[in-house]
Design a protein around this ligand. Structure first.
Ligand code: ACO
Length: 324
């Protein structure tokens, strides 16, 4: 039998507290109009002090496990994508494994910034197709609010917290059709977040702030061009026309970046899953949260073709084409 990778469950978690654009306007010199017009964001969720990447991941994971109607012990690989792990080590994936009561298999974190979900999906697909794993849980869990400089209006308006989950298993039926992931470390200075240790060692160096630092306008231009290229790469690899795609589930960084990708696909915005308005950019969680939302509200149906894509720090970027 040819082993395919099939999605069997999804889940998501968003913290209860939200920050509106009006609230952010009390922190920095900005306005609801500016933020909404330039980004498409109205509000974002902010984790409470007791929450962590692992705790949010657990809630999302339990939803996915319930949706898939499997026992957690069947999961033999857990991949957590996060830029805000609970510890340097053990990995958030190991903490999650323990929270789920799993003592077998393997768990590890990956770091690909906002492209984390696509990178995790790509790795899961390789493990399943090669027979190295049978049932894989992928998670994007991010506490962006903890690494945002709340005095920097160029970044604090953009980000939110949340976790998304997806369960994948080996199947005789086609599911993940292809994944494409890329990196180019050349542009580190356009978007980075130093680690807390660097800030402790040389606090006088502004680059060591431990906060997201971004040259937004330059990142924007590279993101649009890169995502247009990856759409072509994905369609070409599968010998498909644009019209074959039922849904676009993009990383939620900026509505203008999303609209440019939809335009490239000649796709009306009704076929694009957008969560940005109420969630902001949740980094590696965003694609999984958006996919989960559209599955649960019935927009994405079994048998439909879905293109997921993301772009983030690194730079990293990638896409996944799936037959749900
Ligand atoms: N409120 C009001 N004015 C602002 C704000 C704000 N929040 N932020 C910036 N401005 C001002 C600037 O100071 C500038 O003023 P000036 O013209 O007087 O100098 C003006 O608005 C325009 O600034 P730009 O940075 O050119 O604005 P732009 O239209 O590019 O929007 C944004 C900024 C929203 C950040 C956009 O560039 C963007 O979304 N970039 C891409 C982000 C992204 O995709 N990141 C990758 C994923 S994130 C990750 O991997 C962690």
């Amino acid at each position: 039998m040819i082993r395919h990778t099939k999605i069997i469950g999804t889940g998501g978690y968003l913290p209860e507290t939200t920050y509106s654009n009006e609230h952010i306007s009390t922190l920095v010199d900005t306005s609801d109009e500016w933020i909404f017009e330039r980004t498409g964001i109205k509000s974002r969720h902010i984790a409470a002090a007791h929450e962590s990447a692992a705790s949010m991941a657990e809630t999302a994971a339990r939803q996915a496990i319930a949706a898939a109607e499997i026992d957690a012990s069947q999961i033999d690989l857990i991949i957590v994508a996060t830029g805000t792990p609970d510890n340097v080590y053990p990995s958030t994936a190991c903490l999650l494994q323990h929270r789920l009561g799993i003592k077998t298999g393997v768990a590890f974190d990956i770091q690909a910034a906002c492209s984390g979900a696509i990178f995790a999906l790509s790795i899961a697909d390789q493990y399943i197709k090669s027979g190295m794993a049978n049932t894989v849980l992928i998670i994007g869990s991010e506490l962006c609010s903890r690494i945002v400089d709340w005095t920097d209006r160029g970044t604090c308006i953009l980000f939110g917290d949340g976790a998304g989950a997806m369960l994948l298993t080996a199947s005789a039926e086609a599911g993940v059709l292809s994944t494409h992931i890329h990196s180019n470390g050349e542009f580190e200075n356009l978007l980075y977040c130093s680690n807390p240790q660097a800030a402790a060692e040389a606090p006088e160096n502004a680059a060591n702030s431990g906060c997201i630092t971004m040259r937004g306008n330059e990142v924007f231009k590279v993101a649009v061009n890169t995502l247009e290229r990856i759409v072509d790469e994905t369609l070409e690899a599968n010998g498909l026309e644009k019209t074959a795609i039922d849904w676009l589930v993009p990383h939620q960084a900026n509505i203008r970046i999303i609209a440019a990708t939809a335009k490239k696909l000649k796709m009306p915005m009704e076929q694009v899953v957008v969560t940005l308005e109420t969630q902001g950019n949740t980094s590696s969680a965003s694609v999984l949260l958006a996919f989960n939302e559209a599955v649960r509200d019935g927009r994405i149906q079994r048998g439909q073709v879905v293109l997921m894509e993301a772009f983030g720090a690194g730079f990293t970027w990638g896409s996944a084409l799936i037959k749900y």
